[in-house]
Structure formats: structure tokens, C-alpha cells
Design a protein around this ligand. Structure first.
Ligand code: HEM
Length: 477
């Protein structure tokens, strides 16, 4: 045995500089699985001159998510991508200790009290969208597009507040879109290129700043009016030293939160609904559970507004979301940059400064080692002890400022450690409420010609390959 430290093995490639970029880009999951078989859980590949070290399985997840901040940082990996979109002074454009404080501020807008106020808004927005767009008694829709709009409306209304929500049709949605166009792998790979999207994103950002600034100023004039939304929570928040967030940083935080929650939740809701469309037995279980809970038959018009506790207790829908996230995690590559050589525990590998490291928790969450029929969508598998063994431990600790959250669950769709998602509860409440309304109002089936879409890996968030056609049929009242 050789105990002298060495670098993880390198994937061989044929084209210098470009390296494995093309194979990785086409299907990263296939690429990682193939190389995991050859090289084990840690290996390096070359992508446009960058050295990317993939770290998979439970040990790999744990290593990336809990690496010491003095050696491994997210801000050095992400800021060039996120700064043009989020703007300055927030998230990865500040030292990590400031991000930890900003995440604490966001938590104030994600309290149970806030969720209680958000649920009726979610329902109102979904109903309003359906009444306007799904007007036939049956039809075919582009599900990803419809769900994306429902997510924008519900998230904007509850996070940015009713004033900005009401401006969505006056072009605010287009401004989001422009910013979004910067959020692609090409901007990560070629951060030094003067891409035209940077110019338009700068203008879109200025325009959003102006709109947010007006609304914030208006709210400051009417301090007596209480709003229950993220905008209010951030306007009221203070750093430990007593300083408030500047109005500009409040706006930038809101943009960051919308971006973090938009495609991730839209993809998850769409995949969940596609799988429900293909599995009417699960739909029946969800409806039976709701009818038992409310003690009566539910139909397209006669379903009650659930309380926060009701939504929490929708067990079938909870399993549906959890299972969808297991096999269709929208974020499949989480990245960090190595700033000081770092040893991988229990190996003799050392990763040199300058490398990027990549965690891909979907590799363990779809590994036969941990789940039977691992690629199949089986929500009921979460009824068993598996849920306790894996999820609960991993999700109870939010990891604010924590350096060692347990990351040893095979399923980590929200990450772990100091950068762990804080939007998980919001996403669950939002997605379950949307599914509740849709399943009461419609029956769904896959488009017979299109079937179940494949995954599209061309964006930062993995989406179903379009067109994402789905059939709906209005249920009896
Ligand atoms: C971080 C997934 C929804 C806000 C993360 C991370 C993951 C993730 C994997 C860790 C990133 C990393 O380690 O590099 C998801 C999924 C979602 C979702 C799958 C929906 C199904 C949301 C929502 C919000 C949000 C709705 C806001 C309301 C954040 C924030 C972070 C984060 C603030 C922290 C970033 C950091 O500390 O570096 N999310 N997210 N997410 N997410 Fe989410």
C-alpha cells in the first residue's frame, strides 16, 4: 500500500483543453456513473482548462458539503455566475459569515406564521391561473410552462409582496427572464467573455432595483401597515452589529431568492405531476387521504382551504414530492473551489488548490445500494423506516453557520452543511398546495404521443425535455 498523498485519478480524454466537457455536458449523470465504476468515488476531469474533481456517494457528498471553509469555498466557485444576476453585496458577493447572517434574515420570512398567510395566496394564484388558461373541459397543455407561471405568481406574491406581484404583467416577468438568461453553463465556463446577456442583465437589474426601490420607499412611508411577506421580513432585519440591509441589498436578496426557488420548484412540481399522471393509483391514494381528513367527498369546486397543519399532514403528497426529488433532483452538480490543498478523509488523496470539486447527490439517491428499483418512482417507499433513516436526520439541522451538519443521507436534494437550502419548507408547502388544488380540479394523463419526457441537461437546473405535454380533464364539482 502506498500512503503517500496523491491526487485522485484523472479521466482520460482525447481533446486537450476541452477535455471531457462534451461527454459531461450531454449527460453528466451517465458520465459520472461510468467513471465512478472505473475510478471510484473521487476522480478529476478536465473542462476547458479547469480541473473538476467529482466526489460522489455518501463519502463524496459529506466531503464537499462539510469541507472546511478555509480550504474550500462556494463563493469562489459561484460568484462570477451569480453576481450579474443577484447584484452586489449579497449571497456569494460577501464573505461567508455575512451570507450566514443573510440566511438567518431570510428565515424570518419563512416562519410558520408566514406560511399560514402564504397558503391562501398560493390557492388564489393557482385558481386564477387555471380559470384564465385551462378553460376547456379537457385539453392538452405545456405543463412546464403552466407550472412555471404558477410558481412565478405564487413566489412573487408571497416573497416580493402584492405590490410587485401586481406589476408582473407590466414587464417585471420579462425582467426576471432577462436575468435568467445569464444563468446558464456557458456563463460559468466563459465568465471572461463579453457575452451580450451581461449587458441586458445589467439593464434588467437596474430596472428591477428601481421598481423594488419605489415599493420599499412607499412601505416606509406607511409604517403602520403590516405585511406578511419576505419583503417585509428583509426590510425589518438587522445584522448582528445592528445595521439594517440597505434597500438595494433587500432587492438583491429578493432577486436571489426568486432565482433559487423558481426553476427548482417548477421542475419538481412538473415532474411530480407527470409521474402522478402516469400513476392514477397514487392520485387515488392522495384523494382518499384528503377526503378522509376533511370527512367528505371533494370535487373541482368543493374543496376546503387547507390550514398549514393540513398541508403538513398530506402524507401521500409529501411522499410524492420526496420521491420526485430523489430521482429528479433539479440540482445535480453543486460546486466549490479549492483555495488551499485539502485532504479527503479516509483516503490518501489530496486535492490541489485551483481545482473545483463537484458533489452530485443524485448519484447516491439513485444507487441500488440504497434503494430497491432505484430509478423507479415509488412514493410509498417513504412510508417505511427508510424515511427516518435517511431524510429526517439530514433535514432537521439547517446548518446556519454549522460546519458539520450530517450529510450522510444518500438523498440530499437540498444539499447539506453551511450552504444547505433554507427554502425547503417553503418549497414543500408551495408544491403540495399547488398539487392539492390541481388534483381536486383535474384528472391528468400523459400525452399519448409524447409520453414521459427525458431530462434536459442543458440548463443549470435539470428540466423535463420540451415540449412537456400533459392532458387535463376537469373533474365533477
Ligand atoms: C441552497 C435545492 C428551493 C433558497 C440550495 C442548495 C440546494 C438547493 C441543493 C445547496 C447549494 C449548494 O450547496 O451549492 C433546492 C431545491 C428546491 C429549492 C431542490 C426546490 C424544490 C428553494 C427556495 C428558496 C431557496 C424556494 C427560497 C425561498 C436557497 C438558498 C440557499 C439554497 C438561500 C443557500 C445558498 C448558500 O448558502 O450557498 N437549494 N432549493 N431554495 N436555496 Fe434552495
Amino acid at each position: 500500500t502506498n500512503y503517500s498523498p496523491s491526487e485522485p485519478p484523472t479521466v482520460s480524454y482525447y481533446v486537450p483543453f476541452i477535455g471531457s466537457m462534451i461527454e459531461f455536458g450531454i449527460n453528466p449523470i451517465k458520465f459520472i456513473r461510468k467513471n465512478q465504476k472505473i475510478h471510484g468515488n473521487f476522480f478529476t476531469f478536465l473542462m476547458f482548462g479547469r480541473r473538476m474533481t467529482v466526489c460522489v456517494d455518501i463519502d463524496g457528498n459529506d466531503f464537499v458539503f462539510n469541507a472546511k471553509h478555509s480550504c474550500v469555498t462556494a463563493e469562489d466557485a459561484y460568484n462570477s455566475l451569480t453576481k450579474p444576476v443577484f447584484g452586489e453585496g449579497v449571497v456569494y458577493d460577501v464573505p461567508n459569515s455575512v451570507l450566514m447572517e443573510q440566511k438567518r434574515m431570510v428565515k424570518a420570512g419563512l416562519s410558520i406564521e408566514n406560511f399560514r398567510a402564504y397558503i391562501p395566496i398560493f390557492i388564489q394564484e393557482v385558481n386564477q391561473y387555471i380559470d384564465k388558461h385551462w378553460t376547456e373541459s379537457e385539453g392538452t397543455v405545456d405543463l412546464l410552462q403552466s407550472i412555471s407561471e404558477m410558481i412565478i405568481m405564487t413566489a412573487s406574491h408571497t416573497l416580493l409582496g402584492p405590490e410587485i406581484r401586481s406589476k408582473l404583467h407590466e414587464g417585471v416577468a420579462d425582467l426576471y427572464h432577462t436575468l435568467d438568461s445569464c444563468f446558464t453553463p456557458i456563463h460559468f465556463l466563459f465568465e471572461w467573455l463579453p457575452l451580450p446577456s451581461y449587458y441586458s442583465s445589467g439593464k434588467a437589474h437596474d430596472e428591477l432595483d428601481r421598481i423594488f426601490g419605489t415599493v420599499i420607499a412607499e412601505r416606509r412611508k406607511h409604517t403602520g401597515e403590516k405585511h406578511i411577506d419576505m419583503l417585509d421580513a428583509l426590510m425589518e432585519s438587522r445584522y448582528k452589529n445592528g445595521e439594517p440591509l440597505s434597500d438595494k441589498h433587500v432587492g438583491n436578496m429578493l432577486i436571489a431568492l426568486l432565482m433559487a426557488g423558481q426553476h427548482t420548484s417548477a421542475a419538481t412540481t412538473t415532474w411530480a405531476l407527470l409521474n402522478l399522471a402516469a400513476n392514477p393509483d397514487v392520485v387515488n391514494e392522495a384523494r382518499a387521504e384528503n377526503e378522509a381528513k376533511f370527512g367528505r367527498k371533494l370535487g373541482a369546486k368543493s374543496f376546503p382551504e387547507p390550514s398549514y397543519e393540513d398541508v403538513k399532514d398530506f402524507v401521500v403528497l409529501d411522499n410524492v414530492v420526496r420521491e420526485t426529488l430523489r430521482i429528479r433532483s433539479p440540482l445535480i452538480e453543486l460546486m466549490r473551489k479549492v483555495v488551499k490543498p485539502v485532504a479527503i478523509p479516509n483516503t490518501n488523496y489530496v486535492i490541489p488548490a485551483g481545482n473545483y470539486i463537484i458533489a452530485s447527490p443524485i448519484i447516491s439517491s439513485t444507487d441500488e445500494k440504497y434503494y430497491k428499483a432505484a430509478e423507479d418512482w415509488v412514493p410509498s417507499r417513504w412510508n417505511t423506516a427508510e424515511k427516518e433513516d435517511s431524510m429526517d436526520k439530514a433535514t432537521t439541522d439547517y446548518g446556519f453557520g454549522a460546519t458539520t451538519t450530517s450529510a450522510r443521507s444518500p438523498t440530499l436534494p437540498f444539499g447539506a452543511g453551511r450552504h444547505r437550502c433554507i427554502g425547503e419548507q417553503f418549497a414543500y408547502v408551495q408544491i403540495k398546495t399547488i398539487l392539492y388544488v390541481l388534483l381536486n380540479r383535474f384528472d391528468f394523463s400523459l400525452d399519448p404521443k409524447r409520453g414521459m419526457p427525458e431530462r434536459n441537461y442543458q440548463s443549470m437546473v435539470v428540466l423535463p425535455e420540451g415540449p412537456v405535454l400533459c392532458r387535463y380533464k376537469r373533474r365533477a364539482d
